[in-house]
Design a protein around this ligand. Structure first.
Ligand code: SF4
Ligand code: SF4
Length: 453
């Protein structure tokens, strides 16, 4: 794609980076067919190619971005389905990030939008604040429909996604867990990031992951002050806040790594995983953080990537429950993690079924289901319709955002992959599945054969 940036513009790192990305797009439009917002809206301006043109124009024109362009850029879910489709490897992820930051700096949103975005940014990344908000939310939940009628539909959306009860704090919320090996060289040790929203909404995910690691004699460090990786703010273009959070996470993890070396940093929410794996890029212009950011990014893995390489014994409970596996966008498009979760579930005895149109987003996408409820609802309906076609006993996924979103549209139980695997190997049963009875050690031989691959 030809661009018309002036020499002066190209001296600014943002414009230079945007130009490099824009040049790669050959306008072929392959990405349009797999775009989560285009399949709903059917408007070229809500497709990746359309947005790429708009972003080019927005940067070339400079100044205040056009209101219509902002609307179409806001409708992008950052699901990154276009990135895995594009044959020219256009780095749409970083292009849309640059445009969101540019909009945040140069466009004055209507007051209501600003208010909602600021409230989300002030609450969601902070577990303590989120717990208080959830306690109040439980009281306000019966009135969620009223908020829509008085023009505060975003608040109503937030309440509709909240659980009816606030879960208890997890067992492994912070600290060092697991025995030290007598052989220093043989000691395996990892850091597990507890997550912000996830640690409040569903601490059982983190507990299940830590439990699996401890069962495999791996020491686990859960840093108390790791906080949020900055992804939620980053996707709203709030770069300053996102950067502060990411820096805090890097400082906290680096400190732990100085005390004891670790072989991996593990994440249980794929939305966060995509962000932490990108720390090398996030800190590319930050002296003092760029090499540490890259070092952390290099050893970061989704929990399933790490668990799949361990040699498990046979599951203590064997179940052939039919599991529809929903691959979160941040898992399949953001991190290219596809086989590990499916393989883990299969080894644990579950019967995995694929969901049609699995490349499309469920509508969660960080705060998208609050800020763009209409499109998010349509994507949710489409996802649930596709899930219903395979008639599963339950749904498994690797991202708290997807769990919350899909659970709001179906009665089929939905749990995290780590919870499901942990249950099969003798860990706690996810509360949604307490009515399902697993069978005991039905086919041990299969497990050993598969683990030896
Ligand atoms: S598939 Fe890639 S090259 Fe083709 S229009 Fe989309 S972004 Fe551009
Ligand atoms: S990130 Fe998703 S919604 Fe945005 S343009 Fe790409 S495919 Fe479409």
């Amino acid at each position: 794609m030809q661009t018309q940036f002036s020499k002066q513009d190209l001296e600014k790192p943002v414009f230079a980076e945007a130009e490099e990305i824009l040049h790669k797009c050959v306008h072929c439009g392959f990405c349009t067919a797999t775009c989560s917002s285009y399949v709903i809206q059917g408007d070229e301006r809500d497709s990746p190619r359309g947005r790429i043109y708009m972003i080019k124009e927005m940067f070339e024109n400079g100044g205040t971005p056009d209101k219509n362009m902002v609307t179409h850029i806001d409708r992008c879910l950052s699901c990154l389905s276009c990135v895995t489709t594009c044959p020219s490897r256009v780095d749409y992820m970083h292009l849309i990030d640059l445009s969101r930051t540019h909009i945040e700096k140069n466009f004055k949103r209507p007051i209501k939008q600003r208010l909602v975005r600021n409230v989300l940014s002030a609450i969601l990344p902070f577990p303590g604040r989120m717990r208080v908000a959830m306690r109040l939310g439980v009281l306000a939940k019966p009135f969620q429909n009223v908020f829509g009628k008085i023009g505060l539909s975003e608040l109503g959306s937030m309440l509709s996604l909240m659980p009816l009860r606030l879960p208890r704090a997890g067992k492994y919320a912070s600290g060092r867990f697991g025995k030290k090996s007598n052989h220093k060289q043989l000691q395996r040790r990892v850091i597990v990031i507890p997550g912000c929203a996830s640690s409040v909404l569903r601490p059982s995910i983190h507990d299940a992951a830590v439990n699996m690691l401890l069962q495999n004699n791996i020491q686990v460090i859960v840093p108390e002050k790791a906080g949020c990786c900055g992804a939620l703010d980053h996707h709203m273009g709030k770069e300053k806040a996102a950067m502060e959070m990411a820096k805090n996470m890097v400082n906290t993890i680096s400190k732990e790594m100085e005390i004891d070396p670790v072989e991996a940093v593990l994440v249980t929410a794929s939305g966060c995983g995509t962000q932490v794996k990108d720390f090398g890029h996030v800190f590319r212009n930050e002296p003092g953080y760029s090499s540490r950011g890259q070092e952390i990014a290099d050893i970061t893995q989704d929990i399933t990537e790490f668990l799949v390489d361990l040699s498990f014994q046979a599951p203590s409970q064997w179940s052939d429950l039919k599991v529809a596996y929903h691959s979160a966008c941040s898992m399949q498009h953001g991190q290219n993690v596809n086989d590990a979760p499916r393989k883990l579930l299969e080894r644990a005895g579950y019967n995995i079924v694929e969901i049609a149109e699995g490349h499309l987003c469920c509508g969660s996408a960080g705060t998208y289901n609050i800020l763009q409820k209409d499109i998010a609802d349509q994507l949710l309906k489409r996802k649930v319709d596709n899930i219903n076609l395979v008639k599963p006993d339950l749904i498994a996924t690797g991202n708290i955002g997807c769990i919350t979103q899909i659970a709001s549209g179906t009665d089929i139980p939905i749990v995290h992959t780590a919870e499901l695997v942990n249950w099969a190997y003798g860990g706690a049963c996810p509360k949604e599945l307490e009515h399902l009875k697993p069978r005991t050690n039905k086919v041990k031989d299969f497990i050993y054969a598969d683990a030896a691959e």
